[in-house]
Design a protein around this ligand. Structure first.
Ligand code: PLP
Length: 426
């Protein structure tokens, strides 16, 4: 696509992608009486205007029915989460039997690791990306230590070549190959939270499994950002949070995917709770645990209805627009942002470097920008002028134009603000 740094061009693009823009469905935060340019949907997605209504509906059920909200009324709480499974399945490319909302992300990561990381003999190593999200790093390290193994020896990182920021697939494959039958598990963010790189999941999954290892994904920065095809790719397990691109509310419910090929095996899940017990006989409250036949066996507790309510409101919007259509707008919108950043920096003679891969198929909506000088000062100037972005130490600004609610016109306006901010710094 040929971009132009012109308001008219931005407006024209907004018309082209009008069908994908649900900005009116969201509350846009304001600063000094004006809407901010919110480029932080990768940290916390905005509130859908319908969320309160969905939440109030459940409050009202509680008010009117008390415990009887669980059974025998419309949208009873007992299987409230099942409504959500179809939408999640569409977003990650899985059948409803393979996905379920539950718990919080790091908790789910631990539960899944307990099922899929069972070091034995030589096969004890876990490979993760460098600059994995800290919680993932801690989770993996503590799981290794939990088995009485040495963390430094068994936690191995994919690392970029000297002078490079992102990983090359061929290097990742070679690193896996080098570990051979010592490799127990590969755990990757689908999209890395720091660099914004989207990994070649099918090739990496195939390789991990050819070596006898499992492939697990943390999709916190991926779900709702890019279309996925987890079932067809054969990924073993995945988890995600829903407060980033899925706009389901701060600390909202997480979700998991466990591939069908792992359903019904005795060791999975290794830890049990009553909500994983076979549904038909759950309320016989028997001593023996009989697992649900699919991913539901991983559930432990009865579902947090209020979290599911806002989640449901948010997913409804994805159902309407469709993740594939969103992705088309997203590629254009992020491409436009990259163009605006590079053009403005060149014209103003300011040093910045986009570390996120330039190819659309290797990134989602986020761009991570390394600042050569005055990075923090520039970030503060942007914030002061109503841009909500994200600063990561030591020198990176993350910007995530979210196709659901961000517009080309906003990106154009961001470019003008960036120019002003650079000039302010002198
Ligand atoms: C946001 C994020 C988390 C946060 O974990 P919580 O358990 O939801 O607090 C973990 N991992 C990754 C990769 C993330 O992006």
């Amino acid at each position: 696509m040929q971009f132009e740094n012109q308001l008219s061009f931005a407006q024209q693009q907004d018309e082209v992608f009008d069908r994908c823009t649900y900005r009116d469905w969201f509350f846009i935060p304001q600063k000094d009486g004006r809407e901010v340019i919110y480029l932080n949907g990768n940290s916390l997605g905005l509130q859908p205007k319908t969320a309160r209504q969905y939440l109030e509906k459940e409050m009202l059920k509680w008010e009117k029915h008390g415990v009887e909200g669980h059974f025998g009324i419309e949208e009873q709480w007992f299987d409230f989460h099942k409504n959500i499974k179809n939408s999640l399945g569409h977003l990650v490319g899985a059948s409803p039997a393979e996905v379920t909302p539950m718990n919080a992300l790091t908790v789910n990561l631990h539960l899944l690791l307990l099922g899929f990381y069972r070091p034995a003999g030589k096969r004890t190593k876990i490979l993760i990306e460098t600059k994995a999200f800290p919680s993932d790093q801690y989770a993996v390290a503590s799981q290794i230590a939990f088995w009485g193994l040495d963390v430094a020896e068994n936690l191995v990182e994919f690392s970029p070549r000297p002078g490079e920021d992102t990983l090359r697939t061929e290097d990742m494959l070679a690193q896996m190959e080098a570990l051979g039958d010592e490799l127990a598990l590969v755990l990757l963010g689908g999209v890395n939270y720091y660099t914004g790189q989207f990994f070649d999941i099918p090739s990496l999954t195939q390789k991990a499994q050819a070596l006898g290892a499992y492939m697990g994904l943390d999709l916190a920065h991926t779900i709702g950002n890019l279309p996925l095809d987890l079932h067809a790719w054969g990924v073993d397990f995945a988890c995600w949070c829903t407060y980033k691109y899925l706009n389901s509310g701060p600390g909202g419910i997480s979700g998991i995917f466990v591939h069908e090929k792992h359903h019904g095996q005795p060791l999975r899940p290794p830890l049990h709770g009553w909500w994983g017990h076979e549904e038909n006989t759950r309320f016989q409250m028997d001593k023996a645990f009989v697992p649900e036949p699919d991913v539901e066996a991983w559930q432990m507790s009865n579902a947090p209805i209020f979290l599911l309510a806002t989640h449901k409101a948010a997913l409804k919007i994805f159902e309407e627009v469709g993740i594939k259509a969103l992705r088309e707008k997203s590629i254009a919108l992020t491409g436009f942002l990259a163009f605006i950043l590079e053009t403005t920096a060149r014209e103003e003679n300011f040093g910045l470097h986009i570390i996120t891969p330039a190819l659309a198929e290797q990134r989602g909506c986020q761009l991570s920008i390394r600042m050569n000088r005055q990075g923090r000062a520039l970030f503060d100037e942007l914030t002061h002028r109503g841009v909500v972005a994200d600063w990561r130490e030591p020198d990176v600004i993350r910007l995530a134009p979210v196709p659901l609610y961000n517009t080309f016109e906003e990106i154009y306006a961001f470019g003008e603000i960036l120019r002003e901010a650079i000039r302010e710094l002198g």
